[in-house]
Design a protein around this ligand. Sequence first.
Ligand code: ATP
Length: 439
Amino acid sequence: MKNEGIQPTTTMEKIVTLAKRRGFIFPNSEIYGGLNSCWDYGPLGVELKNNVKRAWWKRMVQGREDMVGLDAGILMHPRVWEASGHVEGFTDPLVDCKSCKQRFRADHITGEKCPECGGELTEPRKFNLMFRTHLGPVEEAAATVYLRPETAQGIFVNFLNILNSTRKKIPFGVAQIGKAFRNEITPGNFIFRTREFEQMEIEYFVQPGTDEKIFEDWLEERFNWYVNLGVDPERLRIREHTPDELAHYAKKCCDIEYLFPMGWSELEGIANRTDFDLRRHSESSGVRMDYFHQETGERFFPYVIEPSAGVDRATLCFLLDAYHEEPDKDEIRVVLRFHPELAPIKVTVLPLSRKEPLVAMAREIRSELARHWMPAYDDAKSIGRRYRRQDEIGTPYCVTVDFESLEDQAVTIRDRDSMEQIRVPVAELVPVLREKLGF
Ligand code: ATP
């Protein structure tokens, strides 16, 4: 088997600790004791997460003629969720332990007894995962709205608007990044499963009959997206849903899974949703949402291929997969080997001392670099310690300004991965770094 013998890169504890210590991810509302399974992205985390979203948008929208973007609202008409089936069916089977009172998803436990204390469990009951709130000041049923549990429906309800405004012809797709909310019964594993999260979703509209081939193309494209951004393909696999797992409207679904510390788990799902959503919204709203094919004169409901990824899960996967520990003299060097496009900081400027005019020169270099990439500046402690700090946050290059720099107008570039150093004139710094970073 392809992935046999492969291990997760590290433990979740190490990543959670590093993430907090270095400012990637903090516990939410920590001074009040935290809020269960809620997390905040810190100064480096927001850069990393934005880079993940940007890398997705760049490949999925900017790079493809057949794709356009959308940013629909989190609040939508409640009838959207009736038509989509979420009000009726977006439920998980919930069981309670009669002894220790813990709650579990019935489909996540194997035996009849509580996995925590061995106590007796209640019969499963349906628990709707949608968060409810009220529109306006009146708390009555008529004003009930939901926080969207997926971004997909914003695309379906805008199908005609997009078609009419862009004149796109099938096959074409719509991409969207945004927050989604699910009142998960058992959130956990750091940012893997939370109640507030972000999705990157594509609805790709195709002519029925071409759907199976296009499904396979998307599966490959999405798998390669992770690999091209540095994830070890040995820690990725594709798992097809069995007929009993398959959503009732889906013809086929495959998960791209990653070997997280808790085991193989879903990173992204690719589903063939058939014409279910457009048909349901047409019936429910009374607005015709079929497609007119100008060449053949036919009217039909397009089939939809949906690659649906989680921003937070992808961010966690990139963090974990970048993590390396390697012996270096008597110490352990921790390096996050991020792909340069994902690295929160692309280049850090390090003056050898805090004396003028060295500092002025270093600061000037930093602001010049800032016109091109996200830089940082660090003048605290020894140069060796500073390199280690940059390794640990995954900065691909450090630029060191020393006393000679004042004389020869040249600086040293140090490479995170090889630790090799080269001397370059300040005037050539930007083109040299551009060549190395690849952008
Ligand atoms: P799971 O089986 O893990 O609950 P799902 O199959 O319900 O996930 P989808 O509805 O297919 O998930 O959502 C698409 C993607 O959105 C998932 O692959 C995942 O990356 C992300 N996602 C879904 N739920 C969560 C969550 N609670 N926290 C973080 N990301 C999530």
